[in-house]
Design a protein around this ligand. Structure first.
Ligand code: EPU
Length: 339
């Protein structure tokens, strides 16, 4: 039996806090709900939007379709061998709570990804990453449902085609598969990942030399709290743009002109530029266009200052892209999905 709510407000279900309505919404608590929804006559032919924490989406207007609110629960140790713990979590688990729980169990590895908003099921879609770690490194397998046939489908890490804030699920797989669970392979030979400048500084400030996983978790939580706005207090979707990756020649030209340019060389010889720095240099930090603003402590984060809607945020984003392009000749690409 499918429990559908009609004319449903998505206000509490998107971290920008946009007050848009959906024609229908339903909560997915069990995998059996999925097959029931796929065969529900009222929903045949309607567009579908799957929401986890709603923390990486810009709802640009009313959604004339059905929203699936993913609440599948469950987390467990699947197995272990000499090398690793294999830990599975259902898509609706809250990401940060899952990370904290793995540490409590004595299975470190995910600590650099503490406090990232959202759910486990959404995490592989944009291959969440922070402070020197990407989710992709620890994904063993993603379990999905083919929304065309209703059949289960397993994706190993290669099939997920992970890239920087990117995956198969964001490209060819978009809208075709529902992620229901993710299995992580957490190596028993744990090594602290504490090179990222902010993390190293936070640990030094606390007088910590040999950091434990819990020390890194605590440091990351502290850094995120100090730089990034809490979506429960001020609406936002984390970084609004990806850090652009440019060819070496373009980087050299820019660097000669802008010695302060913040960059990271990539394995393929290209350079990733800190978009936050580019935006900051254009004078956008702390500025606003109406109710849509740029966070005063991280120029990469756009915020809803109260009463903003999707078009207001997109107008601000367009103005920022134009400034950055004009000054640096670099194209910024939005990170969240626009619906
Ligand atoms: N910077 C500025 N001004 C700003 C913001 C940043 O000059 O307003 C400079 C910083 O001083 C630093 C550099 O830019 O030298 C990079 O800044 P930061 O360390 O804050 O990281 P980021 O590149 O802006 C990325 C991720 C974040 C992640 C952090 C930490 C992307 C798009 N963003 O931001 O991810 O938390 O690194 O690893 O890759 C997210 O995706 O939603 C997100 C928050």
């Amino acid at each position: 039996m499918v429990d559908l709510s009609a004319d449903f407000s998505l206000l509490p279900y998107n971290t920008f806090g946009f007050d848009v309505r959906a024609r229908y919404a339903c909560t997915v608590r069990h995998q059996s709900d999925v097959s029931a929804l796929l065969s529900e006559p009222r929903l045949i032919g309607l567009p579908r939007l799957v929401l986890g924490g709603g923390s990486n989406v810009v709802l640009a207007g009313a959604f004339d379709g059905v929203v699936w609110l993913m609440r599948l629960q469950g987390r467990r140790l699947v197995r272990q061998d000499a090398q690793a713990f294999y830990v599975e979590a259902a898509a609706g688990e809250v990401w940060h709570d899952f990370v904290a729980w793995t540490l409590q169990q004595g299975w470190p590895g995910l600590e650099n990804l503490a406090l990232i908003p959202g759910t486990v099921g959404a995490a592989p879609i944009q291959n969440i990453g922070a402070y020197g770690l990407e989710l992709a490194e620890y994904v063993e397998r993603v379990r999905g449902v083919d929304l065309g046939t209703g059949e289960s489908r397993e994706f190993d890490a290669a099939a997920c085609q992970f890239g920087y804030r990117d995956s198969f699920f964001k490209n060819q797989g978009r809208g075709r598969f529902l992620i229901v669970a993710v299995t992580f392979r957490l190596p028993k030979q744990w090594q602290a990942r504490a090179n990222y400048a902010d993390v190293a500084h936070a640990l030094t400030a606390r007088g910590i030399g040999q950091a434990s996983a819990q020390d890194i978790f605590d440091a990351v939580v502290e850094i995120r709290r100090s730089k990034l706005p809490d979506p429960a207090v001020i609406g936002n979707a984390g970084s609004f743009f990806k850090n652009p990756v440019v060819p070496a020649a373009q980087f050299e030209t820019l660097k000669a002109r802008e010695p302060g340019l913040v960059s990271y060389v990539q394995a393929d010889g290209r350079f990733k530029l800190a978009a936050g720095w580019l935006i900051d240099q254009c004078g956008w930090k702390g500025r606003a266009l109406g109710a849509a603003g740029v966070h005063p402590r991280q120029a990469l984060v756009l915020v809803n200052r109260g009463g903003a809607d999707g078009p207001a945020i997109l107008a601000l984003a367009a103005a920022i892209r134009a400034s950055v392009h004009q000054r640096f000749g670099v194209e910024l690409e939005a990170e969240p999905v626009v619906v």
